[in-house]
Design a protein around this ligand. Structure first.
Ligand code: HEC
Length: 109
């Protein structure tokens, strides 16, 4: 019983660590063009974020949107880079945490 409790606690802290990692990645790679992460993430539902970050053919919808947008040209090296695939899990966790249906927003506090 106690063991299960600690296991769940461990999983929760891993999930929380992924969210903070996503936040760091966002600050480094996305903030230059977008609003702060919480504001952006609250524009979509958790399910929608999941779809945008779902990897298929070594890329995902979010990367494609940027690669198809001339205005986002300076982000192309990042979205082409293999490290984006690793980052996207953390970015997804961060975006989902503050998504429109799951997030806690300042106005509700
Ligand atoms: C060089 C600038 C630039 C960078 C860096 C950048 N974006 Fe974007 N992003 C854009 C542009 C331009 C669009 C196209 C839509 C628009 O005009 O706002 C866009 C669109 C989006 C959208 C809307 C997609 C949709 O289907 O609704 C999301 C979400 C997004 N970006 C998230 C991110 C995330 C997360 C990162 C970091 C990994 C990032 N962006 C990095 C410029 C950028």
């Amino acid at each position: 019983m106690l063991r299960t409790f600690f296991f769940v606690l461990l999983l929760l802290s891993i999930a929380e660590a992924s969210v903070s990692q996503g936040k760091l990645i966002y600050t480094k790679e996305c903030l230059q063009c977008h609003l702060n992460g919480k504001a952006l993430s609250s524009h979509k539902t958790a399910q929608k974020w999941k779809e945008l970050f779902n990897i298929y053919n070594k890329t995902n919808e979010l990367a494609q949107t940027h690669l198809n947008t001339k205005k986002a040209k300076s982000s192309w090296p990042y979205f082409h880079n293999a490290s984006y695939q690793k980052d996207s899990k953390h970015l997804k966790d961060f975006m989902q945490k503050y998504s429109s249906d799951r997030g806690r927003h300042n106005s509700c506090n």
